[in-house]
Design a protein around this ligand. Structure first.
Ligand code: PMM
Length: 292
């Protein structure tokens, strides 16, 4: 196997659930599309996320909202690279949210130190080898197909067992292609080929992921299952995406309490405090010998 380019084979550990701030450099992401398309404003926002307590900032150039269509490679590179470069230069730990090996490699060259692939290596067969070459941590998310048609793929018997088993297969495939298992973080992919009930079931059973022996990232931020939970009681209209941050913070704490390595969120300030509260309580429980 080729030597990795960078000496960061192991996933960083903050001793508590970490906070990944979301920076979508897209015109059409479901809750922040169009706000950070200008690279200068995007870098500014990324720095703001870091200042508010994000341990890492996840830069994405392609929307994956339900129904989204792919964009050309060049466009994704143009959106992502200046922002990755700008943030990395200022010392921010940058993750790149991409399904393309070429984007992942170029972003690592520009200073990204984590690759976050919502397809977990399935959308681009060159991804696993690229990740193995770079040696950086790889977020491998559960994925059943492109966003354009993913809602049709939300069909499960036992959603927890099936999603864990499918991620296990994805994990075996990228390891067979040369990725060091110590590089890998797994993610249930809330909202990706999942119905609302599936998202709740997955969140209720995060302990099931322990069998994979890898850190777990959870991405509940502003997602549909929260909007539907908080729907207007009179009209049944889901709560707008930008008004789901308190529910996101609550969900993040519940994930942290189940041992999540990190949560991926748009609004980081409340979550950064909340994961510290959870860690303090966990430490006291450990001191007292109370089971976690
Ligand atoms: N969700 C979105 C995008 N990227 N990456 C990971 N690892 N996990 C997720 O749950 C996830 C992701 C979609 O949300 P956004 O459009 O608000 O970024």
């Amino acid at each position: 196997m080729e030597m990795p380019l960078y000496e960061l084979p192991e996933v960083p550990d903050w001793g508590r659930c970490a906070v990944m701030g979301i920076l979508n450099v897209t015109p059409d992401s479901f809750s922040d599309g169009g706000r950070w398309l200008d690279p200068g404003r995007a870098v500014e926002h990324g720095l703001e996320l870091a200042a508010r307590g994000a341990d890492m900032v996840d830069v994405g150039g392609e929307s994956t909202r339900p129904g989204a269509r792919r964009i050309p490679l060049e466009e994704e590179l143009d959106r992502v690279l200046p922002v990755v470069r700008g943030l990395a230069r200022q010392g921010v730990l940058v993750s790149v949210d991409t399904m393309r090996a070429r984007v992942a490699e170029a972003a690592v060259d520009a200073g990204a130190r984590i690759v976050n692939d919502v397809s977990g290596g399935l959308a681009d067969e060159a991804m696993a080898k690229a990740v193995a070459r770079t040696g950086v941590p790889f977020v491998l998310m559960h994925w059943r197909g492109q966003s354009r048609r993913m809602d049709e793929l939300a069909d499960y018997g036992d959603v927890v067992a099936e999603v864990v088993a499918e991620v296990h297969r994805q994990l075996d495939a990228v390891v067979a292609a040369g990725v060091d298992p110590r590089q890998i973080v797994v993610d249930p992919g809330l909202g990706f080929a999942k119905g609302r009930r599936d998202d709740w079931t997955l969140l209720a059973a995060l302990d099931a992921w322990a069998v994979l022996g890898r850190p777990l990232l959870v991405g509940p931020s502003r997602k549909r299952f929260l909007g539907e939970l908080l729907a207007d009681p009179a009209t049944g209209v889901p709560r707008p995406a930008r008004e789901r941050d308190a529910a996101t913070a609550a969900t993040a704490v519940l994930a942290a309490a189940q041992g999540a390595w990190a949560v991926r969120v748009h609004e980081v300030a409340a979550v950064a405090d909340a994961v510290r509260v959870e860690a303090a309580l966990r430490a006291r429980r450990a001191d007292r010998g109370t089971p976690p």
